[in-house]
Design a protein around this ligand. Structure first.
Ligand code: GLU
Length: 449
């Protein structure tokens, strides 16, 4: 049997970190199995679903390198849902309930105050036809619940091992709203059935839903897929992911944090698994080595510093041909390969290159506080060609001739060359500036940009 897996985000917000991780793990699982990846847009919540969020999901996945073989949208499938809703009603597995939200909340509170679990009491199943007619007469519109079998529900979860629930200790889930539209649970199960989904990979927040879903697959006469529930990600201290990180989206990683997509993939592909987290620049080794059984039940910790370290290591390995288009889009179209190679080891984010570029190429407001010293130093500049050893050669000579050392030696040179007290390493900058520009800056001649 060939493997078919889906990633099913709801387009009710930007694709957030937790979903990005589900997408990456689901995709690696599928590709490792040579399976088929379905992108399913769970847009049954018409009021909250927006086309801009659907676009965001797709552009985020493409940016990360996650490709899909097929796409489906729940809003296109209402006729099919209606058909199976009728079947479940006929079979007595969907039953109408007339309680108002206030009545339900009162029932819950009463049970809780008696120390009992707040399970729906199935009062609606006891209603006579006369009572139902009376409710209808009062313009009460029913919602519909799925009648669970009061039997044990057991599955072998690919991450959590054997999971057990008991239908008798669960509330019958509501599957149809008062307006007759189906809720996520029903649509999801019908889609998983119709698209022949063999494996469902999703967050641990869905574990109890799965117990009900299994009975729904059975009620529809469909094979039950295998399940893998990934634990939720926690913050560095082991607490719930902070609001900022929890709501962080793929577009924040891309547009605000300006991170490399493979840094995010490298981290989230293995967070919580026994495989070591390392910087990857390609998907293939991650696909080849992927093994869902290596994920553990414990909540893994998300550490922004770790993500930045991965980003840095990836940048350090990136060849010029992989960044030149992006550099041109950042208005650095004349930046060449030698500049990239020289500066690359100093960058954490690609964006950091701008500072280096500006120091070398833009006219700088230089400050010469110590003109005699600077004139003397200018006279000691080594002949070209210059390379990464030039700075040391030069400053050794300046030291010898002037007797200066440490800050007194380096700070005036830095200020004269860059106009700043801090900044990029001068050993790297000097050969990029070249002898002519260096001399001009030291003698404070008018600079061409
Ligand atoms: N739309 C659901 C969610 O985003 C899908 C869960 C599932 O994978 O079934 O949580």
């Amino acid at each position: 049997m060939s493997v078919k897996v889906r990633f099913a985000p709801s387009p009710t917000g930007y694709l957030h970190a937790g979903n990005v991780r589900t997408a990456i793990v689901t995709w690696l699982f599928t590709r490792n199995q040579n399976g088929h990846f379905l992108l399913r847009i769970d847009d049954t919540d018409i009021a909250r679903s927006k086309p801009e969020y659907e676009e965001d999901i797709e552009s985020a996945l493409m940016w990360l390198g996650i490709t899909w073989d097929e796409k489906a949208r729940q809003r296109d499938r209402s006729a099919r849902y209606a058909e199976l809703i009728e079947k479940l009603k006929r079979d007595g597995r969907l039953y109408p309930c007339y309680e108002t939200p206030e009545e339900l909340s009162l029932k819950r509170k009463t049970l809780l105050s008696r120390g009992l679990p707040p399970i729906y009491d199935r009062a609606a199943l006891e209603l006579t036809e006369t009572q139902k007619t009376k409710y209808e007469g009062e313009n009460r519109v029913p919602h519909w619940r799925f009648k669970l079998e009061h039997t044990p529900i057991i599955w072998n979860d690919l991450v959590r091992g054997e999971v057990k629930f008991d239908g008798a200790t669960m509330s019958d889930p509501v599957l149809l709203r008062e307006d007759g539209t189906p809720l996520y649970h029903l649509c999801s199960v019908i889609d998983d059935m119709d698209y022949d989904i063999t494996h469902v990979v999703r967050g641990e927040d869905h574990v109890s839903n799965t117990a009900a879903h299994i009975q729904m697959f059975e009620a529809l006469g469909a094979p039950v897929p295998q399940f893998a529930h990934l634990p939720m990600i926690s913050d560095k201290e082991g607490g719930k992911l902070s609001k900022r990180l929890g709501s962080m989206s793929a577009r924040d990683f891309r547009d605000s944090e300006k991170l490399e997509p493979m840094a995010i993939v490298s981290l989230l592909a293995r967070l919580g698994s026994a495989d070591p987290i390392m910087p990857f620049t390609e998907m293939q080794p991650l696909i080849d080595e992927f093994d869902i059984s290596k994920f553990s039940k414990g909540a893994p910790k998300f550490d922004m510093e770790e993500l930045l370290r991965l980003n840095q290591k990836i940048i350090h390995q990136t060849p010029f041909e992989d960044v030149n288009v992006r550099l041109a889009q950042m208005d650095m179209e004349t930046l060449d390969e030698s500049f990239w190679i020289a500066v690359r080891p100093n960058l954490t984010r690609l964006e950091d290159i701008r500072e280096w570029w500006n120091v070398v190429n833009n006219p700088v407001e230089t400050t010469i506080n110590d003109p005699d010293f600077i004139t003397q130093a200018a006279g000691l500049l080594p002949p070209e060609p210059w390379d990464e050893t030039t700075w040391k050669l030069w400053t050794d000579k300046v030291k010898e001739n002037t007797g200066r050392k440490g800050k007194d030696l380096f700070m005036p040179l830095r200020q004269a060359l860059t106009g700043m007290d801090h900044g990029p390493e001068l050993g790297v900058i000097l050969p990029l500036l070249g002898a002519e520009k260096t001399r001009r800056r030291l003698t404070k001649q008018k600079q061409a940009a």
